[in-house]
Design a protein around this ligand. Structure first.
Ligand SMILES: [Fe+2]
Length: 301
């Protein structure tokens, strides 16, 4: 055991896996140190009342169904025991960034690439990258919901469609330009829904986006603050809307329900086929070379 355990950016186990080129890993549970469990317990304890107040009812049901231990970092095997029978989804431990096509293809196979490190207990609020609290407490409860899970699978199918469409473009430059635009559109749609989505439940807005559900400060801000613009989702807006990740989101979109979201992914795929995603407005997010190559080579492992 090392002093840093499995703390974000300080875990030798993760560094070694990266150097060895191992993306998919086992969760070495014994490496978690008391500070890691304490960080989980503090994060969970302070989020619970906020979830009860602001989270979507599907999320609250999911938290209940997963039987997460409030006091200890979860074992992925335990999480999957509860999750898998509900929707076929499973959390799959990864050592780092998963290029876009691989990520979407995991979703298509009902696998969710999951970070196993946890932020330091001294920096509970700020974390520029995902950790196990974001992934397991923010994302995975949503995967217990059938309609939401099916929506994630549709994202994976969309990525396949994108790879097929661009594979028919002969000119290399043209192919890269179009693919960059399509990935940007997909990433924006994913961001404004799965990561930062709101839902209309009766006459109030609730939170289902994981970036909001795992943020102590932003979950309240996104619903209560007059500084946030909240609009019914419009596909043409979302795919052309840049976003920045380092501050609270000033603009959010709500859906009517997960059937609505599922239909929107289908619409996204249709627009892709019609060429409507070929030249979306520039700006964030950047599409990196690893993302492009993963689509061009249809990398799945
Ligand atoms: Fe996320």
């Amino acid at each position: 055991m090392t002093a840093a355990g499995l703390t974000t950016t300080q875990a030798p186990f993760i560094e070694e896996a990266r150097i060895a080129g191992d993306l998919y890993i086992q969760q070495p549970y014994d490496l978690y140190i008391p500070d890691n469990h304490e960080a989980w317990a503090r994060l969970y304890e302070r989020m619970l009342p906020l979830w009860e107040k602001y989270a979507n009812r599907h999320f609250l049901k999911g938290i209940e169904n997963l039987c997460l231990d409030p006091n200890r970092v979860p074992r992925l095997d335990d999480v999957n025991k509860f999750l898998n029978p509900l929707t076929g989804f499973g959390a799959k431990a990864v050592a780092g960034y998963v290029p876009a096509y691989m990520f979407f293809d995991c979703l298509r196979n009902r696998e969710f690439p999951t970070t196993i490190t946890i932020r330091s207990k001294d920096t509970l609020d700020y974390l520029p990258e995902p950790d196990i609290f974001h992934d397991i407490a923010g994302h995975v409860p949503m995967h217990t919901d059938r309609a939401f899970a099916d929506t994630l699978v549709r994202f994976g199918e969309c990525a396949q469609t994108a790879a097929e469409i661009v594979s028919e473009i002969k000119d290399e430059h043209e192919r890269a330009m179009r693919l960059t635009s399509i990935i940007k559109a997909m990433a924006r749609f994913f961001w404004f829904t799965v990561e930062f989505g709101l839902m209309k439940e009766g006459n109030r807005l609730t939170v289902y986006g994981s970036g909001l559900l795992s943020s102590y400060g932003e979950i309240q801000h996104c619903i209560e603050s007059p500084d946030v613009q909240r609009y019914p989702i419009q596909l043409e807006w979302v795919i052309n809307q840049y976003f920045e990740i380092d501050h609270y989101q000033p603009l959010l979109f709500w859906v009517d329900g997960f059937d609505h979201l599922f239909d929107l992914v289908g619409q996204l795929e249709n627009w892709m086929k019609e060429g409507k995603l070929n030249n979306v407005s520039p700006g964030e997010p950047e599409v990196n070379e690893a993302d492009l190559l993963s689509f061009l080579h249809r990398t799945v492992r």
